[in-house]
Design a protein around this ligand. Structure first.
Ligand SMILES: [Zn+2]
Length: 80
């Protein structure tokens, strides 16, 4: 508990890759994919936590794309 987690694990709607984004930059509800550059609305947060936590989670999600739907339950608190 305590402070709000500073990072989110998000998925790009265009290239379908999971990636870590800093929460602070997402006040507009939009974010840009660091891989393909697609700017898009924030739709689903697949995980949240520290940078290393999220990076580890994102790596796992990208390895298990086919099973990603199961991973949604990781931290289901926020849905936009
Ligand atoms: Zn992308």
């Amino acid at each position: 508990g305590g402070m709000a987690p500073p990072f989110w694990a998000l998925r790009c709607c265009r290239c379908r890759l999971f990636q870590v984004q800093q929460v602070g930059a997402k006040r507009s509800g939009k974010w840009s994919c660091s891989v393909c550059g697609q700017r898009q609305a924030l739709q689903k947060i697949y995980g949240q936590g520290s940078g290393p936590d999220c990076r580890h989670h994102v790596q796992k999600l990208n390895l298990l794309q086919g099973e990603a739907e199961e991973a949604i339950g990781w931290t289901p608190r926020y849905s936009v």
